[in-house]
Write a protein that binds this ligand. Structure first.
Ligand code: NAD
Length: 294
């Protein structure tokens, strides 16, 4: 088993570090929050007092941080100076493609190996070890990362070279944001036209309008499988995090000169929803705003 430095023990990282420790890895964990460090200790990790201490002597360093600027700073100030040559860096945070490529290049220039490995799946999947990892990096780096990531997830997919994991993540979530908005609109219109929502679900879920947003994550309570809609939109995937991912997608599109009008519209709608104070609700809760209920 490997010695793994783990930096960022929040909602997602806490569960992921715990799963690595459960699998028998020697996990040296760091977070700015003392509470997060206590929880990691209870979960079998060794709390350390800095990001550099987590990286020192590690075979691999996992980061699960809020955004690109945090990853760049932790890499530059702590991980690069402390990690031994050949150490594998796995950044599982959702960050912008440009920073992901830049930090990976800098890592390789310093004799380290690096992958971007963002996840699909929320806090429950992080705790349960059922995340999906989409990985960007060389074939050699992926081969080293795969067995570590497999301890935290149910699927580990090599997306391509450095940055490809983040590209896959933001394209997937742009699609999810846009289909969720469209699914909400369709349910609201169906109701205005006098259709029973369950009847519309029964028809559309086996017709060409079907999507994951409808059949696995239906935004209306009491229709389809149990979802955050049945819990007053509590828990699930926060609208604020969807907004973050849509912003990353729209920025990446601008950088790549790609046209994403639906993604941009979804971003504007989630921005309005968050501005109304609902960024903490599950992202399917946007049906309330679209239906004039907020
Ligand atoms: P979080 O805010 O709960 O956790 C981030 C942690 O990083 C915090 O505990 C914070 O103290 C720590 N941190 C910040 N700066 C640090 C530093 N310099 N050194 C050490 N620790 C530092 O966020 P989260 O929900 O765990 O999300 C983490 C990443 O995963 C984000 O990029 C997010 O977009 C992505 N993500 C989240 C979800 C989700 O459902 N929460 C799902 C998929 C992907």
């Amino acid at each position: 088993m490997a010695r793994i430095g783990f930096i960022g023990l929040g909602n997602m990282g806490g569960g992921m570090a715990a799963n690595l420790a459960k699998a028998g890895h020697d996990v040296h964990a760091f977070d700015l929050s003392a509470d997060a460090l206590d929880k990691a200790k209870t979960a079998g990790c060794l709390p350390v007092d800095s990001a550099a201490a987590a990286a020192q002597g590690a075979d691999a360093v996992v980061t699960m941080l809020p955004a690109g600027r945090h990853v760049a700073q932790v890499y530059e100030e702590a991980v690069f100076p402390a990690a031994a040559p050949g150490t594998l860096l796995l950044d599982c945070s959702t960050i912008d493609v440009t920073t992901a490529k830049k930090v990976a290049e800098a890592a390789v220039a310093k004799g380290l190996a690096a992958v971007d490995a963002p996840v699909s799946g929320g806090i429950a999947a992080a705790a349960g070890g059922t995340l999906t990892f989409m990985v960007g990096g060389s074939a050699e780096a992926f081969a080293r990362a795969e067995p570590i990531l497999a301890r935290m997830g149910k699927a580990v997919i090599h997306a391509g070279p450095s940055g490809a994991g983040q590209a896959a993540k933001i394209c997937n979530n742009m699609l999810l944001g846009a289909t969720m908005v469209a699914t909400c609109e369709a349910f609201l219109l169906a109701q205005k036209l006098g259709l029973d929502p369950q009847t519309f679900y029964d028809i559309s879920s086996v017709s060409s309008g079907q999507s994951w947003s409808m059949t696995s994550y239906c935004p209306l309570p009491g229709v389809g499988p149990e979802t955050p809609a049945d819990r007053d939109y509590q828990g699930g995937f926060a609208a604020g995090l969807m907004l973050k991912d849509l912003k990353l997608a729209v920025q990446a599109a601008a950088d790549a000169d790609a046209s994403v009008p639906m993604g941009a519209e979804a971003m504007a709608l989630y921005q309005a929803f968050a501005n109304g104070g609902d960024g903490g609700l599950d992202f399917s809760g946007i049906i309330r705003m679209l239906g004039g209920m907020r």
